[in-house]
Ligand binder design. Structure first.
Ligand SMILES: Cc1ncc(COP(=O)(O)O)c(C=O)c1O
Length: 384
């Protein structure tokens, strides 16, 4: 089945003729012979206790796994719960991981502050240069970690090259696909082993859920599952239901997010108040060719740098009326932020600058509003 059909039909648990998965607000399930046997066999996918799994987490995990072309999946209470379970669950003292300073701020903090506390070494490589990932590999390297499109600088990772390096060196390759969604790119089809999502973003798509997902090879997911049970970052059934409902419209939402973003990028390019516009659809984007190859459908994320500093950017945002000044992304409504004062506030300034978060840098998650309304909101705010 294709993505739109899968997003509607795969995973849905139908009972009593309901076309949607009912919300099973039950923390536990009555034990029977089948469940005792499932427990004895490792408990994965067995309805025992909602931290282990629930009807709603199972339904939506299978839906996301099918969208990503993965064998199996697990759902978490947040994107960071998914990321920390993968990193702390699959890596051990003495292991080494290669990642990039361009990863999401929370992931960067986890990698630089917490992994070293547990004796896990981290090397930061250049996400735009797969050769730098390969050069960072050591005898104790276990994992390569990348993001399909970086937050907030929209650097495009050459996922084909990274997967090839990981497989040649027998390493686990993990990709955070939050910024693009499986509508734009499916890393598993390129040879990656695990895909992570902050489902809070495009997958849910309505800014009414916090969650995460990890999908991939059965054997790895079974390890991730056992660590989820220990660390406890499981998602509650109602949140899983909201995620499942949101995913059903992924195939119709994403093209509008992407076309609105590309059109705003084009219009902003020549505006006198704008220093620089960053969107992979623009031919002057440094990774334009990689983007055309890896994710030709594009993205609903857009970034631009205003002339002036972060304070100018904050003033610009305060003049917007349709676009909400808020962190997060991927919802039907457009959301805008200055990363240096919000999502990336705790990333050291020198790291921010080195990765291209210049003064006046603005990140816009382009929603599904009418393009002319969005443009008049932005141009009015730019013109003061
Ligand atoms: C790329 C990326 N990964 C992970 C996360 C963390 O997700 P959550 O906020 O759901 O924990 C975010 C949050 O913004 C993100 O942008």
């Amino acid at each position: 089945m294709n993505l739109s059909t899968n997003s509607i039909h795969s995973g849905t648990y139908q009972s009593d003729g309901a076309v949607n998965t009912p919300v099973y607000l039950s923390s536990t399930y009555r034990l029977n012979e089948e469940r005792y046997a499932g427990w004895a066999a490792g408990a994965q996918h067995t309805l025992l206790y909602a931290r282990i799994s629930s009807v709603n987490s199972e339904a939506v995990a299978q839906k996301i796994a099918s969208l990503e072309g993965a064998e199996d999946g697990e759902i978490f209470s947040s994107g960071m719960a998914a990321i920390s379970t993968v990193l702390l669950g699959l890596l051990s003292k003495g292991d080494h991981i290669v990642a990039s300073p361009d990863v999401y701020g929370g992931t960067y903090g986890l990698m630089t502050e917490d992994l070293p506390r547990f004796g896990i070494e981290v090397t930061m490589a250049d996400i735009q240069d797969p050769a730098s990932y390969e050069a960072a590999i050591q005898p104790n390297t276990k994992m390569l970690y990348s993001e399909s499109l970086t937050n907030p600088t929209l650097k495009v990772c050459d996922l084909e090259a990274i997967a090839e390096i990981a497989n040649r060196h027998n390493l686990i390759s993990v990709v955070d696909n939050t910024f693009t969604s499986p509508w734009a790119v499916q890393p598993i089809s390129m040879g990656h082993h695990l895909v992570i999502h902050s489902t809070t973003k495009f997958l849910n798509g309505h800014s009414d859920h916090i969650g995460g997902a990890v999908v991939g090879e059965k054997e790895l997911i079974s390890k991730v599952f056992s660590k989820k049970v220990h660390f406890g970052g499981s998602a509650d059934p109602h949140s899983c239901f909201l995620l499942e409902r949101g995913i059903k419209t992924l195939g119709v939402r994403m093209p509008t997010h992407a076309s609105n973003a590309a059109e705003l990028a084009r219009r902003l390019t020549n505006h006198p108040q704008i220093e620089n516009v960053i969107h992979p659809s623009l031919s002057n984007h440094p990774d334009y060719d990689v983007a055309q190859r890896i994710m030709p459908n594009g993205t609903g994320m857009l970034a631009f740098v205003l002339k002036g500093d972060d304070q100018e950017a904050m003033k610009f945002m305060s003049r917007l009326s349709i676009i909400f000044e808020a962190t997060s992304l991927g919802g039907v409504e457009s959301l805008i932020e200055v990363p240096a004062t919000s999502s990336h506030m705790f990333v050291p300034p020198e790291v921010r600058l080195a990765s291209g978060i210049d003064p006046g840098f603005v990140r816009l998650s382009v929603g599904l509003e009418d393009i002319e309304d969005l443009w008049s909101d932005i141009s009015n705010a730019l013109d003061g």
